[in-house]
Design a binder for this molecule. Structure first.
Ligand code: IMP
Ligand code: MG
Length: 181
């Protein structure tokens, strides 16, 4: 099968993302003002650019850890089955945890991952997602902090991929197919 041709239209500029991250960090700092150590957990791979910018704006004592969960294959449809491919290096019992996600779409990933982390008895578990597609929701989940609500479009860039491509774009763009199908 041939890959369908597509172009990427910018949806959210790098400048808008940076400005929104400053606001998110103000919210997060207020929420965790009393923490002596926050574990910021990035959900790989889509959150790697977001978490890098986020932690550099966060004026809190933090550690960084990563978790990899499978969701999509190489296509555009959620598999609805979430598996842990790479677990955290550190324990989170009694710790304050901030889970960092790129997009909440159907909600299955956030539901499974927060359930799994909560079972490890963190003192507090909060979530931040750069993007939220509320119209796509299949399970009733919402991140505590949301960068941007977006319509039901397939997006790429700023860490987010389409079939592993386009993660390195500095902005968020939407995929538009040009073959008219
Ligand atoms: P959910 O489990 O359906 O909420 O999906 C969450 C994950 O699906 C995100 O972390 C992304 O990795 C991926 N995803 C959802 N929407 C998009 C998109 O528009 N572009 C690329 N990946 C997406
Ligand atoms: Mg993801």
């Amino acid at each position: 099968m041939h890959a369908r041709p597509y172009v990427i239209d910018q949806m959210i500029s790098a400048k808008s993302i940076a400005a929104r991250i400053e606001e998110l960090c103000t919210e997060i700092q207020t929420e965790f003002a009393d923490t002596d150590k926050l574990v910021v957990v990035g959900l790989l791979r889509g959150s790697f650019v977001f978490i890098a910018d986020l932690v550099r704006e966060l004026d809190l004592p933090i550690e960084v850890d990563f978790l990899e969960a499978s969701s999509y294959g190489d296509g555009m449809e959620s598999s609805r089955e979430v598996r842990i491919l790479k677990d955290l290096r550190g324990g989170i019992e009694g710790r304050d945890v901030l889970l960092v996600e790129d997009i909440v779409d159907t909600g299955h990933t956030l539901f499974h991952v927060t359930g799994m982390l909560r079972a490890r008895k963190p003192a507090r578990l909060r979530t931040v997602a750069l993007l939220d597609k509320p119209t796509r929701r299949e399970v009733d989940m919402r991140a505590d902090h949301i960068g941007f609500e977006i319509p039901d479009e397939f997006v790429v860039g700023y860490g987010i991929d389409f079939a592993q491509r386009n993660r390195n774009l500095p902005f968020i763009g939407k995929v538009r197919f040009t073959d008219g199908k």
